[in-house]
Design a protein around this ligand. Structure first.
Ligand code: ADP
Ligand code: MG
Length: 697
């Protein structure tokens, strides 16, 4: 039962003043949840801040930096009726003059806001236009009273189309009014040592920082919130571990007959890394403890085959394997890789995703329950209650950091003492492994299968788009297949990025039916269809959002174009690039960026051109982020965490591990009265799985 004190936080967002039913959709997109709640908004963390204390004169103000200017309003110039020209307001100070530009706004309102002859304060960024200083749509136009209320530091939030910055700020302000005082769950000595504020205070200060330091993940208030989250996560992991130890393991030993058939059906030989990984997994399966192993390997390093070998051993023992992938595309693709090999080896494979419905779904469930399926491949549809196995012994989770611990737990509960193999294509530094999974064994596939060619990677400014289109055209007419990646409008705070659909229309008008489109808002069936058409060669240029980021395998694709490469993190760019260079033909990756590049973005693209070693790139990525790329914090958020950021909070990770271990050791069921605040925390962090463990224990 959720503690009453938390009810205002779990109330729907529409319970806040000013948020009507019409805003549910845009806020839903902003917060990544269909029916957003008050707490989702409270944990919508800033992506940067503006220091409103910068008060240069007009002449001193640097272009493209946030400033607050004190100006005198000189005159107005409205466009003639019907014209699309902007309204101009001429302003000046002792150092010079400037024009304020507003599009599509009522002139009377502007003349009222900026009365001629009066002093006003303008917050915003200036740019140079035709040699004239100009401020387009100031963030703020203030009179003296407004200026007195202007906060020194103002947070900037990621936005989506249809939501203005001011609206989100006011909504967060309203949400802050609903935050209750909660009992303290952080151990008193730790709290005192770090000097952190209480939960409610911490939230208030993250959103209304008193100074620039407090505005960032490095500040105390943000650290505290990150600790809370990590603490809840570590408690969950500790409970999970205790439970798994109590349950013990089960030995799964095969006689090798299916594995042998499988090996001879493979059209290639296993690499050394694959052989080692398979041997380690076999030993884990045969031991009567539970396996919890991470299989890390760069894109294309051949993890699926390793998983299939493990499944073969399990099938030899008459038991079943479930393989869970984060998306339908990936689940189907695993199926395509696995099905022909499995058939040759005499293994039966089935698929279960949200798309299997009615009779088809019932058929899959029946086969599973009677043990006629050796391997089931699916999405989180696998964890539904009516999915029952005859004897599930191995769970393979692909790209696990997209799943919560609870989902892994729910799937594992469908069998007895289930062994767990977690596959990831994103090389994860050790600290992050500890954070996300707790203690875990790990196998790495560092060598690529033989015959792969290096990918020629180039960075090109966006204003040379025409050349890139021409090059893509040449590639297409020579029979190549190409991906064209666009960042999603919804994922960014400016709306001027190339949306996939727009780019699709443009490219289609040039190349015609050869162009396909796939993006995350399409239905599962439509996505699969678009992928299938590309895989078969029916379409040859696939415009896509990052839905194809992980795992997609079309060996014939040799060209990868990434628009706004400066917007992506290094790891993600590497993932995307890994979609090409999978066959035996040379491949190219064109990184289109908008000039000028910031230092970090420049370094990122340079490293990418230089290296194709995912492990090295992962380390460099962390290092670059550590160098104060504060504006990139949202992008670098840890998957599954709202506030914790690895590059800032590794100290909190360790503190949370220690604190959790101490608590669980002293009070394994969290039953003591002092543990009550921790129950509140677990609810707040939505660690329902942990709560179930407690009630089951
Ligand atoms: P990952 O899942 O690690 O990104 P996959 O398992 O999808 O990689 O493998 C990528 C491709 O490489 C597949 O087409 C697979 O059949 C092939 N492959 C896997 N192992 C080898 C190997 N040892 N030699 C040659 N090709 C391999
Ligand atoms: Mg894969």
């Amino acid at each position: 039962m959720r503690p009453d004190a938390l009810l205002p936080l779990f109330a729907p967002l529409t319970s806040l003043p000013g948020i009507g039913p019409k805003l549910v959709r845009p806020y839903g997109r902003l917060l990544g949840r269909e029916m957003p709640r008050v707490l989702d908004l409270l944990f919508h963390m800033p992506s940067g801040f503006v220091d409103r204390r910068a008060r240069p004169t007009i002449a001193e103000a640097l272009p493209e930096t946030d400033v607050t200017l004190e100006v005198r309003v000189d005159s107005h110039q409205s466009p003639p009726p019907g014209s699309r020209a902007p309204h101009r307001t001429y302003v000046s100070d002792a150092s010079g003059d400037m024009v304020v530009v507003h599009f599509k706004m009522d002139p009377a309102r502007l003349e009222h806001m900026l009365p001629v002859g009066q002093t006003r304060w303008l917050c915003g960024r200036i740019s140079l236009y035709d040699g004239m200083r100009q401020m387009t749509h100031p963030d703020r136009v203030l009179d003296a009273a407004g200026l007195a209320k202007l906060p020194a530091v103002e947070q900037v939030y990621p936005l989506v189309e249809g939501l203005a910055a001011g609206h989100v700020r006011r909504a967060i302000e309203a949400a802050l009014q609903r935050v209750p005082e909660l009992p303290e769950w952080i151990p008193a000595d730790l709290l005192a040592e770090r000097g952190w504020p209480a939960f409610r205070e911490a939230l208030a200060r993250v959103h209304r920082p008193a100074n620039p330091h407090e505005a960032t993940p490095a500040g105390g208030p943000w650290r505290r919130l990150a600790f809370d989250e990590l603490f809840a996560h570590q408690i969950t992991l500790a409970l999970l571990r205790a439970q798994e130890e109590k349950a013990g393991g089960r030995a799964t030993v095969g006689d090798g007959h299916i594995s042998a058939r499988l090996l001879s059906a493979l059209p290639f030989r296993l690499t050394g890394g694959q052989e080692q990984a398979v041997a380690a997994i076999r030993a884990d399966l045969a031991a009567d403890t539970r396996m919890l192993r991470l299989l890390q390997g760069d894109v294309g390093s051949g993890k699926t085959v390793v998983a299939l070998m493990a499944a073969a051993t399990v099938a030899e023992a008459g038991r079943q394997t479930a393989l869970m992938a984060p998306t339908e595309i990936l689940a189907r693709q695993h199926h395509e890789t696995i099905a022909p090999l499995a058939e040759a080896a005499g293994l039966s494979v089935n698929v279960l995703t949200g798309r299997e419905k009615g009779r088809a779904r019932t058929a899959v469930l029946t086969e599973l329950q009677h043990g006629r399926t050796d391997i089931v491949i699916g999405t989180h549809a696998l964890i539904q209650d009516d999915v029952i196995f005859r004897d599930l012994a191995l769970v393979v989770v692909d790209e696990q950091h997209r799943f919560g611990v609870e989902q892994r737990l729910t799937l594992a509960r469908k069998g007895e003492a289930v062994d767990m193999l977690v596959m990831t294509a994103t090389p994860i530094p050790r600290t992050l492994v500890l954070t996300l999974f707790g203690d875990m064994d790990s196998s790495e596939l560092r060598e690529k299968p033989p015959g792969r060619q290096a990918i020629d990677t180039r960075a090109i400014p966006l204003d040379r788009l025409d050349e890139v289109v021409a090059a893509a055209g040449r590639a297409l007419s020579s029979g190549a297949r190409a991906y064209w990646i666009c960042p999603l409008v919804e994922e960014t705070d400016t709306s001027d990025l190339a949306a996939a659909t727009e780019r699709f229309e443009v490219l289609k008008s040039i190349f015609g039916d050869k162009v396909g489109l796939v993006h995350g808002r399409m239905s599962g069936a439509a996505k699969d269809e678009a992928m299938a058409r590309f895989a078969s060669g029916e379409t040859r240029l696939l415009v896509a959002t990052t839905v194809i980021e992980v795992g997609v395998n079309v060996p014939e694709a040799t060209v990868m174009v990434i628009e706004h490469a400066e917007r992506f993190g290094l790891a993600q760019l590497h993932q995307l690039r890994g979609r090409v260079g999978r066959g035996d033909k040379p491949s190219v990756c064109l990184l289109l960026y908008r000039a000028p590049l910031g230092e970090t973005a420049k370094a990122r693209l340079a490293i990418l051109r230089e290296s194709q070693d995912g492990f090295r790139l992962a380390e460099e990525d962390l290092r670059l982020r550590g160098e104060g790329d504060v504006l990139g914090t949202r992008q670098s958020g840890m998957p599954g965490f709202r506030t914790a950021r690895l590059e800032f909070h590794s100290g909190e990770v360790e503190a949370a591990r220690d604190a959790a271990a101490q608590r669980i050791k002293a009070d394994p069921d969290l039953a003591a009265p002092e543990a009550a605040p921790l129950h509140t925390l677990l609810h707040l962090a939505e660690r329902d799985g942990a709560m179930r463990l407690l009630s089951a224990g």
